[in-house]
Design a protein around this ligand. Structure first.
Ligand SMILES: NC(=O)c1ccc[n+]([C@@H]2O[C@H](COP(=O)([O-])OP(=O)(O)OC[C@H]3O[C@@H](n4cnc5c(N)ncnc54)[C@H](OP(=O)(O)O)[C@@H]3O)[C@@H](O)[C@H]2O)c1
Length: 290
């Protein structure tokens, strides 16, 4: 019998694509989702799904039962560290045999930014848990332009971020999924390893604006924000204060230039070159069309 693989975050940027790849490869994938409606929608596409919530210990216990491999991705919410630790405890009790953890670049218990410490704390607990593991630490996602910046791009032909002139090797979430799939399908090969996942090049806000302009056929500008302007804008957009503080800390790292490193890990794991920003911009062109 095929080993059953549980994918958490299965409706998100990374998880949705990971479930698709694993199903396509014929793996026994189970999507962990937060509602019956979402489970039914996936089942209609031929994907097995089970309902749980990271905030409900009983449901965590239930969903881990009978799963041999776990893709652990926590939602970007205040409870994420607590939920990560609870998920690891449930995985251990259920006898999960390999955990692939989706973390974040520069995560460390001693990181210089709070979100790095949160992710680093979960990674550290996994390393000490006795569970066989692989940790993926991806850089900032290209998909953030779709989720957080596309309305401003469509309505005002610009995007605003507190990143000054810094360059970032943003990664397409589809590449993270491809790497996670490779590890989940052959975990022994990657046991005990941590991979830093980046896109193929480090781009500044100006570089991104130039690509978006070319791909959309109109001028799209980058507007650098001060930290205070970003705080105000994000709170006004409805982001919880915890998330705003985490993002401002991350943006400080970006401005220091440390998120510009480029690694070969995507090619090493997935066997193909990472997706360049231009291709991402083309694939998501509907998000930029005015
Ligand atoms: N965005 C970036 O630039 C970036 C960079 C590096 C690392 N990361 C990390 O990547 C993760 C986010 O990945 P993503 O963008 O793929 O996720 P996402 O698109 O934000 O989706 C979050 C997923 O978590 C699920 N979820 C929410 N609350 C839940 C709960 N209580 N119990 C179980 N599942 C729950 C959501 O399910 P529903 O659809 O049911 O809500 C959804 O599938 C975070 O840990 C973030 O820190 C992000």
């Amino acid at each position: 019998m095929k080993e059953r693989i549980l994918v958490t975050g299965a409706t998100g940027n990374v998880g949705r694509e990971l479930v698709r790849i694993l199903a396509e490869r014929g793996a026994a994938v189970i999507a962990g989702v937060t509602s019956e409606d979402k489970a039914r929608a996936l089942e209609a596409q031929g994907v097995a799904a089970e309902v749980f919530s990271f905030s409900d210990d009983e449901s965590l216990k239930r969903i881990m039962e009978g799963k041999k491999r776990l893709f652990l991705l926590l939602p970007f919410k205040e409870g994420m560290k607590r939920w990560g630790l609870a998920a690891l405890a449930a995985a251990r009790a259920a006898g999960v045999e390999h955990v692939v953890r989706s973390s974040g670049l520069l995560a460390d218990t001693e990181a210089h930014f709070q979100l790095g410490k949160v992710h680093g704390g979960i990674d550290d607990a996994l390393e000490k848990s006795g569970l066989p593991f692989t940790i993926l630490r991806p850089n900032v996602f290209m998909q953030n332009y779709v989720r957080a910046q596309s309305a401003e791009i469509r309505e005002h032909n610009r995007f605003s971020l507190p990143e000054a002139e810094a360059r970032v090797s943003r990664i397409d979430a589809r590449d993270i999924a491809a790497c996670a799939a490779a590890v989940l399908l052959d975990p022994a090969e990657h046991a005990g390893r941590t991979y830093l996942l980046t896109g193929p090049e480090a781009l500044s806000g100006e570089d991104v604006a130039a690509v978006l302009s070319e791909e959309s056929g109109r001028t799209i500008a980058y507007r650098p924000l001060s930290e205070e302007q970003a705080r105000e804008a994000w709170l006004a957009a409805g982001l919880p204060e915890w998330n705003v503080n985490m993002l401002l800390g991350l943006a400080r790292q970006v401005r220091e230039g440390v998120m510009a490193l480029v690694t070969g890990a995507v090619k090493h794991l997935s066997g193909r070159e990472p997706i360049p920003f231009r291709l991402f911009a083309r694939d998501f062109r509907r998000s930029w069309s005015s």
